[in-house]
Design a protein around this ligand. Structure first.
Ligand SMILES: C[S@@+](CC[C@H](N)C(=O)[O-])C[C@H]1O[C@@H](n2cnc3c(N)ncnc32)[C@H](O)[C@@H]1O
Length: 274
C-alpha cells in the first residue's frame, strides 16, 4: 500500500542542508513515525540526529539498514543521500508496516533474509546481529566502510571492533552523545548510538588502531562481563550435576526406589490376604 504523498514523513526533493534543518528534519521524522502503530522500538531522536550528521559527512553510495523495523530511518537516508538502500527486517509484521509506511521507493529494497553478501559502504545496525554475519559484510566492502550502531549496543560495538582487528583493518571508534537538548526537550540521557570508521590497513596499523580505540569500545569490560556470564552458567550447571552426584552418593535415589518397592509389596500382600 502506498503512503499518501501529503502524509509522507518527507517529500522526495533533496535540499541543501545545514545543522539547523537537520534537527528539524529529524524532529519531523521522529514525530511522524512515533505516531504510527508499532513505534515503541524506533530509533531515538539523538541517534537519528547523529546518524543524519554522519550521512551528510560521509555521503555513502550504498546503505544497508539492518533491523529496519517499521522503516523509521528510510526517509532520512532518502532525504540526505543519493544512496541505494538495502533494508533487512526479520519480523514479518514489521515488514508489512515498512511497506505501508514507506511505499514503493525505487532506491529501497526490503529483504527478509540477511543480505550479508552485498557490498556496502555504510551499515546501520539496529537489531541483533551475529559476528558471522558481520564478517562477510566487512570483507565484501570495497574501500572505506562506516558501521553505525543504534541504541545501547555495547556488546555489538566491542565485538565488531575486535573482529575488525582480526580482519586486519584499522578503525576509528566514536561513542556519540545524547542530543535531546537540541530539540528543546528536557535534558535527559537517551541512546545516541556509536560508529566505527573502517579502513583497509597493514597488520601493524590495524593493531595500533585497535589499541587506541579499546577505551572507547570498552572491549575489556565487555570481555569480563562475558566471562562472568559464562562462569555463572557453568557454576549453575556444575551445581545441578553436583546435586545429582551427592544424592546418589547418599543413596537418596536408592532409598526412594526401595520405599516404592516396599509399598508395592505391602499392597500386594494385603490384597492376597483379602
Ligand atoms: C530497535 S528495533 C529496530 C527499529 C528500527 N530501526 C526503527 O528505527 O524503526 C529492533 C528490532 O525489533 C523488532 N521490532 C521493532 N518494532 C517491533 C514491533 N512493533 N513489533 C515486533 N517487533 C518489533 C524488529 O525485528 C526490529 O528489527
Amino acid at each position: 500500500m502506498e503512503y499518501p504523498e501529503s502524509t509522507r514523513p518527507f517529500g522526495r526533493r533533496r535540499c541543501y542542508l545545514n545543522e539547523e534543518n537537520l534537527v528539524a528534519i529529524v524532529d519531523r521524522n521522529f514525530k511522524s513515525f512515533s505516531q504510527l502503530e508499532g513505534s515503541q522500538f524506533i530509533a531515538s531522536k539523538s541517534s537519528q540526529l547523529n546518524l543524519a550528521e554522519l550521512l551528510v559527512s560521509v555521503n555513502p553510495k550504498n546503505i544497508l539498514d539492518w533491523g529496519s523495523g517499521i522503516g523509521t530511518l528510510i526517509p532520512i537516508y532518502l532525504r540526505l543521500t543519493e544512496a541505494q538502500v538495502v533494508a533487512y527486517e526479520r519480523n514479518s509484521w514489521c515488514r508489512s508496516s515498512f511497506y505501508r509506511n514507506i511505499g514503493c521507493e525505487p532506491r529501497v529494497e526490503l529483504c527478509e533474509s540477511p543480505p550479508i553478501h552485498r557490498s556496502q559502504n555504510f551499515i546501520t545496525i539496529d537489531d541483533k546481529i551475529r559476528i558471522c554475519e558481520v564478517k562477510p559484510l566487512i570483507q565484501n566492502s570495497e574501500g572505506d566502510l562506516v558501521i553505525f550502531i543504534e541504541g545501547w549496543r555495547n556488546t555489538t560495538f566491542a565485538r565488531i571492533s575486535f573482529l575488525i582487528l582480526l580482519l586486519r583493518r584499522s578503525a576509528k571508534a566514536v561513542r556519540l552523545s545524547s542530543r535531546l537538548g537540541e530539540f528543546g526537550d528536557n535534558l535527559t540521557l537517551e541512546a545516541a548510538g556509536c560508529y566505527l570508521l573502517i579502513k583497509n590497513s597493514s597488520l601493524k596499523a590495524s593493531l595500533s588502531s585497535w589499541c587506541g580505540r579499546t577505551s572507547e569500545t570498552q572491549e575489556f569490560l565487555e570481555f569480563l562481563k562475558y566471562l562472568a556470564r559464562v562462569t555463572r552458567i557453568y557454576r549453575i550447571l556444575g551445581k545441578a550435576r553436583l546435586g545429582t552426584r551427592v544424592r546418589s552418593l547418599l543413596g537418596l535415589k536408592t532409598r526412594h526406589r526401595e520405599k516404592a518397592w516396599l509399598r508395592m509389596m505391602t499392597e500386594k500382600s494385603n490384597s492376597e490376604r483379602k
